[in-house]
Design a protein around this ligand. Structure first.
Ligand code: SF4
Length: 434
């Protein structure tokens, strides 16, 4: 039996695409092994969001060849899309695919072996108008599945390379989304996470259909008990959207709304399409309909020209919103984006200091948020045993708080009520109510 190993860098969309490619290989009789093992084929699903992503991708290409010098090496994804010439100079690479044609990967690998040829199928992604249909029906060892419904981005934030790597917005046909969700439920999945490069744009290329229509359709599928939205552009959240969402009880009370900065002048330089005032009103609206909602976000610190005052604005804004979790990124200039050429790049020392301050604030806010659940009853979808505490089982609440319970029972894949008795850092501790 031939073997294939995957190494995936980057975001949830890449993870989804790796799963889909993995299923294509398995259908053709391949066994999937860990990337640390010897394999006949190595697929490196790359990321290019930072220059570091490119470097890591190259390192893994070299490392794979060392494991088996006869292996076929296929490099796919965003870095391959942006820099096929750079990758083709790496002698060991047999196949280069960008962010399309991944459904041909098995066929290409077999041809590379039988014909001893190299392939480079990267084309201008800006010309692509159709959503590339890939699908998954099972995800090894998981109770929650990412479901890709959208591709591409037309926003052109000044620091981001993704629109050039993924192309224009393309939405997946609703019928294909529904049939994939049906397959996932047949395999026991109870929760789907709607993912894409810019999910809020869903439907804009299709005509009279929007994100809410997808959510409603999935909501009707028996077997699906939770629908989670991955990162959302804040402006998609309107009163009508929230009114509809609040009628759909399977939609999780967890919104990840990318903020990036709490300073209006920085937001303008970033080419983000909202102000802090709008953002604040959107959060207020969500809380009106979902009182226990967890609002999480991403923040970039040290964006070019970020002054002490602008950073203070961000700090105070983050505090005033009361996020349940924040992911802090230090700005890293990405070659090929406008912001990489902006004047007044911020020093590493300054970025470190600002990042530390925000991380500390984020931890404090997370603790405040989860403490409010002590003494309450929550619903948890259990996933697996805790690695270093095997008498405990771990799962997530609807608003995405990690929760552990001491039990010998096999509750993996079940949603159960839990009475919360305490917390341990970012985790709730509780007792299962049967
Ligand atoms: S919305 Fe902005 S940050 Fe997000 S993928 Fe599009 S360009 Fe990049």
């Amino acid at each position: 039996m031939k073997t294939v190993a995957f190494y995936t860098l980057g975001c949830k969309v890449n993870q989804y695409e790796t799963e889909a490619m993995s299923e294509l290989f398995q259908k053709k009789g391949y066994r999937v092994v860990e990337p640390t093992e010897k394999a006949d084929v190595y697929v490196i699903n790359t990321c290019t969001v930072t220059n570091l992503g490119d470097r890591k991708s190259r390192q893994f290409i070299r490392r794979s060849k060392k494991k088996n010098e006869d292996a076929v090496i296929a490099v796919v994804g965003c870095y391959a899309q942006m820099s096929p010439d750079e990758i083709s100079k790496i002698e060991d690479v047999d196949i280069i695919l960008g962010t399309k044609d991944r459904n041909k990967i098995v066929e290409l690998c077999e041809k590379a072996i039988s014909e001893n040829r190299r392939y480079n199928l990267v084309e201008d992604i800006m010309q692509v108008k159709e959503f590339e249909e890939l699908s998954i029906k099972q995800v090894k060892g998981k109770t929650r599945a990412n479901l890709k419904i959208q591709e591409g981005c037309n926003q052109y934030c000044s620091y981001c390379i993704i629109p050039y790597a993924r192309g224009q917005i393309r939405s997946r046909q609703l019928g294909n989304i529904v049939s994939e969700v049906n397959k996932l439920t047949e395999n026991g999945f109870k929760e789907v996470v709607l993912t894409g490069i810019h999910v809020a744009s869903y439907g804009k290329d299709l005509g009279d259909i929007r994100l809410i229509d997808v959510i409603e359709k999935i909501h009707d599928i028996a077997g699906i008990e939770r629908i989670r939205l991955s990162s959302l552009e804040p402006t998609v959240v309107t009163d009508d959207f929230m009114k509809s969402i609040s009628r759909l009880y399977k939609v999780c009370d967890h919104f990840h709304l990318s903020l990036q900065s709490g300073s209006d002048t920085v937001l303008q330089r970033m080419n983000r399409k909202y102000t802090t005032e709008q953002y604040k009103n959107i959060v207020k609206l969500i809380r009106k309909y979902m009182p226990n909602v967890a609002i999480t976000t991403d923040i970039i610190v040290g964006f070019p020209g970020e002054t002490d005052d602008e950073f203070s604005d961000t700090y105070n804004f983050v505090k005033s919103i009361g996020f349940s979790r924040i992911h802090v990124f230090k700005y890293s200039p990405r070659t090929g984006t406008p912001a990489a050429k902006f004047a007044n790049q911020i020093s590493g020392i300054e970025k470190n200091e600002r990042s530390k301050k925000l991380i500390d604030l984020g931890e404090k806010l997370s603790k405040e948020f989860i403490t409010t659940f002590i003494g309450k009853t929550v619903e948890v979808l259990f996933e697996e045993r805790v690695k270093n505490k095997p008498s405990y089982i771990v799962g997530y609440t609807t608003n995405y708080i990690r929760t552990i319970c001491n039990t010998p029972e096999n509750f993996e894949g079940r949603i159960l009520k839990v009475a919360i008795t305490g917390i341990d850092r970012d985790t709730l501790i509780g007792e299962i109510i049967l």
